[in-house]
Design a protein around this ligand. Structure first.
Ligand SMILES: *Cc1c(COP(=O)(O)O)cnc(C)c1O
Length: 366
C-alpha cells in the first residue's frame, strides 16, 4: 500500500498527461510558455478570484508576498506553531521574526484567542495555515487583523479546493493574498515543485509577478530585487490535466475520510471538521497517546504512516535562539507527540481502508 498513490493516479490519467508533456516538449516553450497563463486563468476561474499567479514552489508563494509587503527586520509575523516549517521559515528568511501562535485543540488550526494575545506594536502580518485540508478560522483571524491593521496571507498549501462556512467560500479567496503548493503529495500536485498565489488586488498581483521574475516589469528593466521564482511550463501542463479531475478526486477523498471516521471514531481521536467546512483531506490525521506503538504495528503490516509534524516549530533547532517556552504553545506540543497520518489518496479502496483501520484497532488493543 502507498501512503499517497501517485502511480495509480498517473495510470488513471496517463493518456492526457503524456499528451500534455509531449505538447510542451515539442513546443520547446519551457519557460513561461502560454500554458502558464492558461493554467492561471483556469485556477482563477476555479476559485473565482481576480488573479492566480503561479510560482516555483509553495515556499516561494509565501516569500513573494512578504517581499511585496516590504517585510523587514524587526517586524513580527504571527504563524501557527503547528505546521510545516516553510510558513515560519520564510518569515525568518526575509529577516523578520516569526511569533508562534498556539493552535485549536479540535481543528489544529491557528487559535484566534492566542493570536490576539500575541499581537504587539511590532506585528505586521498573520499567516494562518489551513492544515490537513481544512480552512483555518479566517473570519475570526481577518477581524483581529483588521483591528490591528495587519495583513493576512492564508497558507493554503494543503487546502486548495477546501470550502469555508456554508460550503461556499473557497480557500485561497478569503484573505488579502493566499498561497498554495503543487508539491506532488499535495491534493493538487504536479511532478516536481510548484506553487501559486491568489489575490483580488491588482497592484499586489503586478508586484508579485515582478518579484517572481527578477524584479523586472519589462525585459531587462529591473525595478526591484526579485528572485527566479517562475513556475515551470511542463509542470503547469500537468497541473492543468489534474485540475480537470480534481473535483472528482475531492469527492473520493471525502468518501475515504468518511470510511476511516466510521471505523475509527471513539477509538482514537478522529479529525474534526467544523460544520459548513469541506476539507480536501490533504491528510487523514488521527491522534492517540499510543502513536509510537500504532506506527510500529502498521509498519510491520507494510502500511505506511507519517507524522505531520513531530516537532513544534518553536522547538526546531533553527528557532531555538528565539527562546520560546513550551507553555506558550501547549496544544501544539501535545499534538506533536500524538498525531499520525494514515494513507490518504483518491484511489484507496474500501478494503484497503478497512485493513488500515483494523490494524490501528489491533495496535491499541481494541
Ligand atoms: C507543503 C507546504 C508548504 C511548502 O510548499 P512547497 O511547494 O513544498 O515549497 C508550505 N506550507 C505548508 C503548510 C505546506 O504543507
Amino acid at each position: 500500500m502507498e501512503f499517497i498513490d501517485l502511480k495509480a493516479q498517473y495510470r488513471a490519467y496517463k493518456t492526457e498527461i503524456d499528451k500534455a508533456i509531449t505538447g510542451i516538449v515539442e513546443s520547446t516553450q519551457f519557460i513561461q510558455g502560454p500554458v502558464i497563463r492558461e493554467l492561471e486563468t483556469e485556477l482563477a476561474a476555479y476559485l473565482g478570484v481576480r488573479h492566480a499567479i503561479t510560482c516555483a514552489s509553495g515556499t516561494d508563494a509565501l516569500l513573494l508576498p512578504m517581499m511585496a509587503f516590504g517585510v523587514q527586520p524587526g517586524d513580527e509575523i504571527l504563524v501557527p506553531d503547528f505546521t510545516f516549517i516553510a510558513t515560519a521559515e520564510m518569515v525568518a528568511f526575509i529577516g523578520a521574526t516569526p511569533v508562534f501562535v498556539d493552535v485549536d485543540d479540535k481543528t489544529y488550526n491557528l487559535n484566534p484567542d492566542d493570536l490576539a494575545r500575541k499581537i504587539t506594536s511590532r506585528s505586521k502580518g498573520i499567516i494562518p495555515v489551513s492544515l490537513y485540508g481544512q480552512c483555518a478560522d479566517l473570519d475570526a483571524i481577518n477581524a483581529i487583523a483588521a483591528r490591528h491593521g495587519l495583513w493576512v496571507m492564508e497558507d493554503g498549501a494543503q487546502s486548495f479546493g477546501a470550502l469555508y462556512k456554508d460550503l461556499r467560500r473557497k480557500s485561497g479567496t478569503l484573505t488579502r493574498v493566499a498561497t498554495t503548493s503543487f508539491f506532488p503529495a499535495k491534493p493538487l500536485g504536479c511532478y516536481g515543485d510548484g506553487g501559486a498565489m491568489f489575490t483580488n488586488d491588482d497592484n499586489l498581483a503586478a508586484e508579485l509577478r515582478c518579484y517572481l521574475n527578477h524584479g523586472q516589469a519589462q525585459r531587462y528593466h529591473h525595478k526591484r530585487i526579485g528572485i527566479n521564482g517562475r513556475f515551470d511550463s511542463l509542470q503547469a501542463a500537468i497541473v492543468r490535466v489534474k485540475l480537470r479531475h480534481f473535483d472528482d478526486e475531492v469527492i473520493a477523498r471525502q468518501r475515504i475520510a468518511d470510511w476511516y471516521t466510521e471505523l475509527l471514531k471513539g477509538k482514537v481521536i478522529t479529525p474534526h471538521i467544523e460544520p459548513g467546512n469541506r476539507s480536501v483531506w490533504a491528510q487523514y490525521t488521527i491522534r492517540t497517546p499510543r502513536r509510537e506503538e500504532v506506527c510500529e504495528h502498521l509498519k510491520n503490516k507494510n502500511i505506511p504512516t507519517a507524522v505531520h509534524y513531530p516537532i513544534p516549530l518553536h522547538r526546531q533547532e533553527c528557532f531555538r535562539h528565539l527562546d520560546v517556552a513550551d507553555t506558550s504553545c501547549p496544544i501544539s506540543c501535545k499534538l506533536s507527540a500524538e498525531v499520525m497520518s494514515l494513507p490518504m489518496h483518491p484511489f484507496l479502496t474500501r478494503t484497503e481502508v478497512e485493513r488500515v483501520a483494523t490494524s490501528v484497532l489491533e495496535a491499541i488493543g481494541d
